[in-house]
Design a protein around this ligand. Structure first.
Ligand SMILES: Nc1ncnc2c1ncn2[C@@H]1O[C@H](COP(=O)(O)OP(=O)(O)OP(=O)(O)O)[C@@H](O)[C@H]1O
Ligand SMILES: [Mg+2]
Length: 481
């Protein structure tokens, strides 16, 4: 592996890297940095924790030092926490330049952000929703001179999911110049390659790590097969075990919903495991505070929804536990990628119920690796089962009394109003869609049933013919005798 100077980076940047303990470029940096310095668009698809951030921060800083102005570079990212993390890398590596950055994310004061934007920072790091709001509502800043547009976690920004960024992206793409360099990075780019190519059209340089396996070698990937009702007892048992054996390990637990995240957090605290939660229903201040407590190892357990599954770089995380099996292999790759970063070791354990086995098969096929069973003393789990389930129920009752669902509904309505939609109309539309989906499902099930019956009948007929043939044969043998 060569060093950074052979990639065309200046000495001051190499010195900054050294100060951060970055001495040799990783493969994604080695390939993408020269292409970006050459002026090409770039799509970099490399495994989690392999240094994709520096692969775009370094060449941008080099170019910025040659021609400093603001706004020079815009970075988009799907989550607020990730925006802060990326801005920090820019700030640390760009310190000798006196780099000025601005973070534009939801949940923070819009007026203060607008003021900062008007001061022409060199780099803006933003989540699409809030930046699009600023573009729609203000003319105190301009992005029509930006040299670099970067989409970190680019596939997430382009996919249409529960948080759909496509409309906001349209607004942002309308505000940046066509003449620019576009850089797209993620550990999972390949599904959205076509969409990405329409954004990065300037002789795009595509780099993908060669390995068939999509997760890192240093990661020990395990599963535990468990009935739904015993899942929480396994979780408590695992945490007890890890905390007994490795006091200094930090653990990230992923779960499917904000409510479950909240309940698990309450439950673990009842068992005297100091934990913090991170999900999108929480106030922004609380989200940052909790993440800061986890990052500084004041709390060693973080329970999160997928809002924390991408990009977060917390070196102390030794274990990732999937309390639910992720529905998409992509989600699995990002979640387990929160550990075993930058060459470190890590363990990922996925709790799998009988209904999730097909999901595990899909994950294994995608990552080209088989998960191994994690052995547990079942008697120890059964010993705590009743206590865990009773505690969970108590926590559920406590949470219900805090109007969690009601607050969720109010938040949703607020969000829709902010987006200029009528909440009642949206609810009606949703119900109609749900009905169509249900009807479709029923129809499919009906057809499947009919097909199964036909198959059964055919099978029966075949069997009857076989029996007849055997009988006939027997008869002729008898007659011949
Ligand atoms: N060349 C390098 N040598 C050693 N460490 C590095 C190098 N480049 C980056 N790192 C460190 O590796 C860690 C992971 O980097 P980064 O967060 O950029 O990973 P990533 O590829 O973006 O992962 P993800 O897909 O999860 O977002 C960081 O702590 C970073 O400082
Ligand atoms: Mg990253």
């Amino acid at each position: 592996m060569s060093d950074f100077s052979s990639l065309g980076l200046s000495d001051w940047l190499i010195q900054q890297c050294k100060q951060m303990g970055i001495n040799k470029p990783t493969p994604v940096q080695q390939s993408c940095v020269p292409a970006i310095l050459e002026g090409r668009d770039c799509m970099g698809c490399a495994k989690t924790g392999s240094g994709k951030t520096a692969a775009f921060v370094l060449p941008v800083l080099q170019k910025l030092s040659e021609d400093p102005y603001g706004i020079f570079c815009l970075v988009l990212t799907p989550t607020r926490e990730l925006a802060y993390q990326i801005a920090e890398q820019f700030r640390v590596l760009g310190k000798p330049l006196g780099l000025r950055d601005c973070i534009v994310v939801g949940g923070m004061d819009m007026v203060a952000q607008a003021l900062e934007l008007s001061k022409k920072p060199h780099v803006v790091v933003a989540t699409p929703g809030r930046l699009a709001d600023h573009i729609r509502s203000s003319n105190t800043f301009s992005m029509n001179k930006i040299r670099f547009l970067i989409l970190d976690e680019a596939d997430r920004l382009l996919e249409q999911g529960c948080t759909d960024f496509t409309k906001d992206l349209e607004v942002i793409l309308g505000a940046v110049p066509a003449q620019r360099q576009t850089l797209l990075f993620s550990a999972t780019l390949t599904d959205t390659l076509q969409e990405l190519k329409t954004i990065a059209m300037n002789r795009p340089f595509f780099w993908e790590s060669k390995s068939e396996v999509r997760t890192v070698e240093e990661l020990d990937q395990r599963y535990i097969l468990t009935p739904e009702k015993v899942k929480d007892a396994y979780l408590v048992h695992l945490i007890q075990k890890f905390q007994d054996d490795h006091e200094d390990w930090s653990i990230m637990i992923f779960t499917s919903t904000c409510k479950n995240c909240q309940i698990l957090n309450m439950m673990l605290r009842e068992f005297k495991f100091p934990s913090v939660a991170l999900h999108s229903m929480m106030k922004q201040k609380q989200r940052f505070a909790n993440l800061a407590k986890f990052k500084s190892s004041v709390f060693k357990i973080l329970i999160a929804t997928d809002v924390a599954s991408r990009g977060l770089d917390i070196p102390t995380v030794q274990v990732v536990i999937n309390h639910n099996t992720p529905g998409l292999p992509k989600t699995y790759i990002h979640r387990v990628g929160r550990t075993a970063r930058a060459g470190r070791n890590g363990v990922a354990i996925t709790l799998v119920t009988q209904y999730d086995i097909h999901l595990v098969h899909a994950i294994e096929e995608q990552i080209q690796t088989k998960l191994k069973e994690f052995s547990v003393k079942e008697s120890e789990v059964l010993n705590i089962l009743t206590q865990v389930n009773v505690t969970r129920r108590e926590c559920e009752i406590k949470l219900e009394s805090t109007d969690f669902d009601e607050k969720k509904e109010i938040n949703k309505r607020k969000q829709l109003i902010l987006e200029g939609k009528d909440p009642d109309l949206e609810a009606k539309r949703k119900a109609e869609l749900e009905k169509i989906r249900k009807d479709k499902k029923l129809f499919k099930a009906k057809i499947q049933k009919k097909q199964d019956m036909l198959k059964k009948k055919k099978h029966q007929q075949k069997n009857e013919i076989k029996v007849l043939q055997i009988k006939r044969k027997k008869k002729t043998v008898k007659a011949n005798n």
